[in-house]
Ligand binder design. Structure first.
Ligand SMILES: [Zn+2]
Length: 419
């Protein structure tokens, strides 16, 4: 009975994700005209190109999901038990067995994923002119990530394995270690990890730097570090973000963003500032901590109560936990709509913050239109797909929202004026 439920949940998740992808593509392709709001800027040719780009990505997604699913089943029924047997014959140390188990699993997973990554980057993203990555950078990234995961993974995994073995009620210690690790990572990521992959240089454009610092000071924000990241060595797509906590806190602009008009960069930056000022970053961190605790607890409950050993023929705690984790993670897929609903609310509020801080929503509106055009975004995402997966409102939703703010922003100005 348990096996039936286990497989049912796995299949259900897969079927829903397939259904949503296909729905999204059908919906987008059923539209023949550029939405009114983008008519002046996005040509019919751009629009058609964006539809073909979407089609390419969806088809790629369906293939890679199918393969992933098949590999998952192969792992569940054949490979996990087999790897467990191999590592048990190599050493009698539980921690070493666990490290080898996840090491072998990680290696096989990596080898499987490489062809898919290569195809996505060098065929699809290349075709639309987004990719700027050379095979050399791809290979270097790969090597760096492997070394990094060994350096970071080995101590934390050893500690977790030790906890599992020494305390039968290990779940809360397990959660505590993961949370502490997460917080340390947020701190060291901008100073130690990100620079391994990218170069960060202080923003040189004095004019832009002044404008950004001025905004930071106006909202009482004690960050003086504005960095430019050489994102252009991998992609032409643009972004800006805040990162780090405490002393490692900083603002990062992609160098790909610097070609935008200055007022638009400032508006995008003000949006990011909104996420910080409205405590979205803290809320997200706290909710991810709560999320981890639930996740680990659910995994633990499955581990303790489900007859995993009987159905899958495995004995070691780390293998049993892997099965429990797979089962638990399927449930969390169904939380996507809720998490994204909250995230979209935050995006609206950051947009509002940007418009209010600058005193006009128009630079952000033109930046959004530019982003849609340059990134060949899907102009007609399916409503259900959006609800499930979109962490941001669609660009047109954001633009309409910003337009309604226009009056408010103006009204505020009148109220503030002395007469
Ligand atoms: Zn945002």
């Amino acid at each position: 009975m348990f096996l039936v439920i286990f497989l049912l949940v796995l299949f259900l998740k897969e079927i829903i994700s397939f259904y949503l992808d296909i729905r999204n593509l059908k919906y987008a392709l059923s539209h023949k005209e550029v939405p009114e709001i983008f008519k002046d800027i996005i040509t019919d040719e751009d629009f058609k190109k964006s539809q073909i780009y979407l089609k390419d990505r969806v088809i790629f997604n369906l293939w890679s999901k199918t393969f992933d699913f098949i590999f998952n089943l192969i792992f569940i029924f054949l490979l996990y038990p087999y790897i467990e047997k191999i590592v048990s014959s190599i050493t009698s140390s539980f921690i070493l067995q666990g490290l080898l188990f996840f090491g072998i699993f990680g290696l096989i997973n990596l080898i499987i994923s490489i062809p898919f990554d290569l195809y996505y980057i060098f065929v699809i993203e290349n075709k639309y002119g987004f990719n700027t990555m050379t095979p050399k950078i791809f290979l270097l990234d790969l090597i760096k990530s492997i070394i990094l995961s060994i350096i970071l993974g080995t101590p934390i995994l050893s500690l977790l394995l030790y906890i599992i073995k020494s305390d039968p009620n290990f779940w809360w210690k397990f959660a505590l270690v993961i949370i502490i690790f997460e917080i340390i990572m947020v701190y060291i990521y901008p100073i130690l990890i990100a620079p391994i992959f990218n170069k960060f240089t202080p923003l040189e454009n004095e004019d832009l730097r002044k404008k950004i610092i001025e905004l930071l000071e106006r909202v009482g924000f004690n960050v003086k570090q504005v960095f430019v990241m050489d994102a252009s060595k991998r992609t032409r797509k643009q972004n800006a973000y805040f990162t780090g906590i405490g002393k490692s806190k900083r603002v990062v602009l992609y160098d790909t963003l610097l070609s935008y008009p200055q007022e638009e960069i400032v508006a995008i930056f003000a949006h990011e500032l909104g996420h910080y000022k409205k405590r979205h970053i803290t809320i997200l961190m706290l909710s991810s901590i709560i999320f981890y605790v639930f996740y680990i607890y659910l995994t633990f409950i499955v581990f303790k109560s489900a007859p995993l050993s009987k159905y899958f023929g495995v004995q070691k705690e780390f293998t049993l936990l892997t099965y429990a984790f797979i089962f638990a993670s399927s449930f969390f897929y169904f939380l996507n709509p809720l998490i994204n609903f909250l995230s979209r609310k935050m995006e609206y509020s950051a947009d509002r913050f940007s418009a209010e801080l600058i005193g006009t929503p128009y630079p952000l509106i033109s930046a959004l239109i530019r982003l849609v055009k340059e990134n060949l975004s899907n102009l007609y995402p399916d409503p259900l797909y959006r609800t499930w997966y979109y962490s941001h409102p669609t660009p047109s939703e954001r633009i309409y929202h910003l337009l309604t703010l226009e009056k408010e922003v103006k009204k505020d100005e009148n109220n503030n004026s002395p007469n």
